[in-house]
Design a protein around this ligand. Structure first.
Ligand SMILES: C[S@@+](CC[C@H](N)C(=O)[O-])C[C@H]1O[C@@H](n2cnc3c(N)ncnc32)[C@H](O)[C@@H]1O
Length: 270
């Protein structure tokens, strides 16, 4: 595989961030659910698969609509936590690129903020297509680009200004590749899906100072976290200061409201 080292780095990272992922992202990534579940046409009786489920938020939301849900994630600690939260959901430890299910087992496959982490996203789409029945639906979300997902933008800009953007991390697929609607449509169409489309969905990151997006990205994720941790102490202090200055524009009544839209892509298996 082209990104072997990256795959191991991501896997190791996601084994160690479970509580902080929930703390920082648990109320953010769920904001895409209504649009994502609508795109998947999830309703009573739908058999939905949640891929890269993390703590199982999407599977839980599908069940609230009367669907049945199964979920997979490659992080054993994420799955252990997800099982505790949702004993009623069937969770599997598995890679998105090798799903442990037979052909045509699901009506819908949802991937909420997973695609940008996969070393082989095309292979994950092939697997999704395999486990979907004809007329079944696929939908995934990724962060919008850093100029729109402001929490990412301000931290990455600050690293560019005061730190080192290149710290010798294992090369991986471009983080914002699928923030481009045309690229989403292209990759879905190439994987054999029809009716591919991609639209932005609004989301807002609610934080309370002294916490800023830098804390969320440093403790609740993997790739940007590693980039931040590789900065020198003095550079990190300047990066923190830069972010603290920039968040002021997003302060409302003692809270930070940071725009963090996502791209939602969806399609149908012919
Ligand atoms: C940003 S979290 C998203 C979690 C959840 N879907 C949500 O919406 O909050 C990314 C998740 O993808 C999982 N993941 C990353 N690469 C994966 C892969 N190749 N196969 C399966 N899971 C993967 C991680 O373990 C992590 O739980």
């Amino acid at each position: 595989m082209q990104f072997d080292e990256f795959a191991a780095f991501e896997k190791n990272g996601w084994e160690h961030v479970v509580p902080s992922y929930e703390d920082y992202f648990g109320r953010l990534t769920v904001q895409s659910h209504p649009a994502l579940l609508d795109a998947l046409a999830v309703g009573p009786g739908t058999r939905m698969l949640d891929v890269a489920s993390g703590p199982g938020y999407l599977a839980e939301a599908a069940i609230e609509r009367g669907a049945t849900a199964t979920a997979v994630d490659f992080s054993a600690s994420m799955i252990a936590h997800a099982r505790q939260l949702h004993p009623e959901i069937e969770f599997h430890i598995a890679r998105a690129e090798h799903l442990p299910f037979g052909d045509e087992s699901f009506d819908a496959v949802g991937i909420n903020f997973g695609m940008l982490h996969f070393p082989e996203p095309e292979r994950a789409l092939e697997e999704a297509a395999r486990v979907l029945r004809a007329d079944g639906r696929i939908a995934f979300t990724v962060w919008a680009g850093p100029e729109r997902a402001i929490g990412f933008g301000m931290v990455l800009d600050a690293i560019q200004l005061h730190g080192k953007p290149d710290v010798g991390m294992p090369p991986g697929p471009p983080f914002f590749r699928f923030s481009d609607a045309d690229e989403c449509v292209r990759v879905l169409t190439e994987a054999g899906f029809t009716h591919a489309r991609a639209d932005e969905v609004e989301q807002t990151w609610h934080l309370v100072l002294p916490e800023t997006p830098l804390d969320g990205l440093m403790h609740g994720g993997v790739r940007v976290a590693a980039l931040l941790r590789a900065q020198s102490k003095s550079a990190l202090a300047l990066i923190e200061q830069e972010v603290r200055t920039r968040v002021k524009a997003y302060s409302r009544h003692g809270e930070l409201l940071i725009p963090m839209p996502c791209m939602l892509a969806s399609a149908i298996k012919p």
